[in-house]
Design a protein. Structure first.
Length: 356
């Protein structure tokens, strides 16, 4: 086995401070998402606090640079980038509900070969630097493409963390759409990896597959985005792929944060710890919606205005909204709890039918 070099170096800098169907987009926007007077959009991107535009007042965003959105107007089309334009991480969406961000990244490594062996001039070794966020373990896949390819993640000590192997002898052996280990392999990403390296290995320098597979490719991308094709073995014609990042506030737990002056969960919210103490996350209480990081950002939901949000009987029941919830009852002439999932509403006995 030949190990040419570490390809994709993913570095978490310091302590953690904080059409393809995209599940992050479907969030309500009928409430304020930014502080008053702050830029709320960049192109098609909504910018919810604690994120904020670089061009806005510093008070419009949470302190760490990773909560900064650099809105680049140099092309005439506003394009948002994480932290700054030089990061090359274009922001596609930011989810308050899931505490996730989807970015477009050129996080694709390749190791190429020719008849003389390893071809450094045709290989590519990108670096992805994430200061405060993690690559989501349940929303991304680690994928390798090649017929003489072993790709692996190494932890900060250089020990094997996980990986996958892909092999084949002839292009006729591969199946389009399948990443089961023949021409393409994929695996899930373990949780709580801070910094790690990705390596590509080759057993035979692709000598037996050079005519149709001169390069090995490895990348991490949003689950469901990449669809393997046999043509990718000759050349992967994708420069960038979407990547889902997890974000949180601070590097302390809820219990510690609640005692700190900078605690960011506001009224009508609850606080949950990110995994292994990696910061905390705020969410509106049940019965409220909005931005849990803004003062008065979580607003009461009127469940009675939408029959899909309450269990009150629509025929003989009635719904009364209360702060954070709702109550069901029966209209005059009926009795019961008024709920579809309860006793419902039954007509009262006709007095004329009662036995005297």
């Amino acid at each position: 086995m030949v190990i040419h070099r570490l390809l994709l170096k993913v570095v978490m800098l310091g302590a953690v401070l904080g059409p393809y169907h995209n599940p992050l987009v479907a969030e309500a926007a009928d409430y304020p998402i930014t502080k008053r007077g702050c830029q709320s959009t960049c192109g098609n991107l909504s910018i919810p606090y604690p994120f904020g535009s670089r061009d806005s007042d510093p008070g419009c965003r949470h302190g760490p640079s990773s909560f900064t959105v650099d809105c680049d107007n140099s092309t005439g089309h506003p394009t948002p980038y994480l932290d700054n334009r030089d990061s090359n991480l274009q922001i596609l969406d930011i989810s308050l509900e899931h505490h996730e961000m989807r970015v477009q990244a050129d996080f694709i490594g390749q190791a190429c070969y020719d008849s003389a062996g390893y071809d450094a001039s045709s290989s590519n070794f990108p670096t992805l630097t994430l200061a405060d966020f993690r690559i989501s373990s349940n929303k991304n896949k680690f994928i390798a493409v090649g017929c003489d390819t072993v790709a692996s993640f190494l932890d900060r000590e250089g020990n094997f963390a996980f990986g996958c192997m892909s092999a084949c002898n002839d292009i006729s052996e591969v199946t389009n759409g399948s990443c089961s280990g023949i021409g393409c392999c994929e695996t899930s990403i373990p949780k709580n990896l801070f910094d790690y390296n990705i390596s590509i290995y080759s057993y035979k320098n692709h000598t037996e597959v050079l005519d149709f597979n001169p390069c090995s490719y490895v990348f991490v991308t949003a689950s469901g985005f990449y669809n393997f094709s046999s043509g990718d073995l000759s050349e992967l014609e994708i420069d960038e792929m979407p990547l889902v990042l997890d974000w949180a506030i601070g590097n302390i737990t809820c219990d510690v944060a609640k005692k700190s002056p900078g605690y960011m969960c506001t009224e009508n919210t609850n606080c949950t710890n990110a995994e292994k103490g990696w910061g905390y996350k705020c969410a509106c209480l049940e019965g409220f919606h909005g931005n849990p990081y803004l003062a008065n950002g979580c607003q009461d939901i009127d469940e009675c205005a939408d029959p899909n949000k309450n269990q009150c009987n629509e025929v003989n029941g009635q719904c009364t909204n209360v702060v954070g919830s709702y109550n069901c009852s029966c209209r005059k002439g009926y009795h019961g709890d008024g709920r579809n999932d309860g006793k419902g509403c039954t007509a009262n006995p006709n007095p004329s039918h009662l036995v005297q």
